[in-house]
Write a protein that binds this ligand. Structure first.
Ligand code: FJE
Ligand code: FE
Length: 318
């Protein structure tokens, strides 16, 4: 039996504003007027996923329910012969950002490609994708994968890919702060990515002693993931945060960040407009109701409503 089918069947039952010298957005020079503060902190834990892959699960853990509209955020580390073998998705988007190494994806519609360090693949699964995501060659392959939920009206749209190779990711550098804008806008530059669910995704690197602030629309939910180093988020006297921690941010119109350490700080800031819809998730499928999940499992098993091409397709060995 195809592995995900076995899984599907076995599991289905159920402040103050500090003064700042560096500024990294086009906001008023005084900084963020209502700075977001941390409302939750979580050190991600290593767990096994896929076929010999290791992930640090960031949201959708027991400690943090998902941060609407985000369903999951993983830092993954895969080496051959492990990987994420053939599996389906429906109802959301996956955003894969490579930090090191390379990952080859193949889907049941013949879409195939390799993303390498610094590249992004923004995949809208919509009504259905079946694909594999496998490491290339020897060595370490690390990256981040975010799942962005789609609203009920968009869950069954045609699948779509937006490839954003490293050279097309806009960057800006100023006063010891470097940003790569994967989605949304920072330091006056805008990403070309179309976010069907409005969202921002920004990779920041702050040199020692640097600080910055970034505006985030007031009505959005947001979180930070520290990739490397140590940072202070919120106000100058907030507790510092080290690598592999997620910080969920509370209400406000932006975030202030300081690197008080003697090493570079790298973090990802993710924000999105909440959908405020019921979420029913079963493994690789994210729908609004249990009945839709049941229908999705049926569609996948019976190769219908978007899963037609799954009948004869198998990924090729890398
Ligand atoms: C999944 C098992 C999985 N995090 N990060 C169960 F393997 C997966 C899955 C991934 C995944 C893939 C990449 Cl490339 C990066 C990931 C989980 O494919 F989603 C479930 N539910
Ligand atoms: Fe996948």
């Amino acid at each position: 039996m195809r592995a995900p089918i076995r899984w599907l069947l076995s599991n289905f039952s159920q402040i103050k504003t500090p003064s700042m010298k560096n500024v990294c957005t086009g906001d008023q020079a005084s900084g963020i007027s209502r700075p977001r503060l941390e409302v939750g902190r979580f050190l991600t834990k290593v767990r096994n996923e896929g076929d010999g892959a290791v992930v640090r699960r960031c949201i959708l853990s027991k400690e943090f329910k998902s941060v609407d509209p985000f369903i999951l955020f993983d830092e993954f580390d895969v080496s051959a012969p492990g990987g994420f073998t053939d599996h389906p998705h429906r109802g959301f988007e996956t955003v894969t950002y490579m930090l090191q190494g390379a990952l080859t994806h193949q889907d049941f519609a013949g879409h195939k490609g390799t993303i390498r360090t610094g590249d992004v693949q923004w995949m809208t699964a919509g009504r259905g994708i079946v694909h594999s995501e496998m490491p290339v060659g020897e060595g370490t392959n690390k990256g981040l994968q975010l799942w962005v939920n789609l609203s009920s009206k968009d869950k069954m749209i045609e699948p779509r890919y937006q490839d954003l190779p490293k050279e097309n990711i806009k960057r800006a550098k100023k006063d010891g702060v470097q940003v790569r804008v994967i989605a949304g806008e920072a330091m006056g530059i805008r990403s070309p990515i179309f976010t069907r669910t409005p969202a921002m995704y920004v990779d920041f690197i702050l040199k020692p002693e640097a600080n910055c602030y970034q505006s985030i629309p007031e009505s959005w939910n947001s979180f930070v993931y520290v990739v490397e180093g140590e940072g202070v988020f919120g106000t100058l006297d907030s507790a510092s945060t080290t690598a592999h921690h997620v910080l969920v941010l509370g209400p406000g119109n932006g975030v202030n960040v300081w690197n008080k350490s003697s090493d570079p700080l790298r973090f990802i800031l993710i924000g999105g407009k909440p959908l405020n819809e019921p979420v029913s998730r079963h493994g690789f499928f994210v729908m609004n109701t249990q009945a839709e999940i049941k229908q999705t499992i049926e569609d996948y098993l019976l190769f219908q409503n978007g899963f037609e091409k799954a009948r004869y397709w198998r990924s090729q060995p890398i």
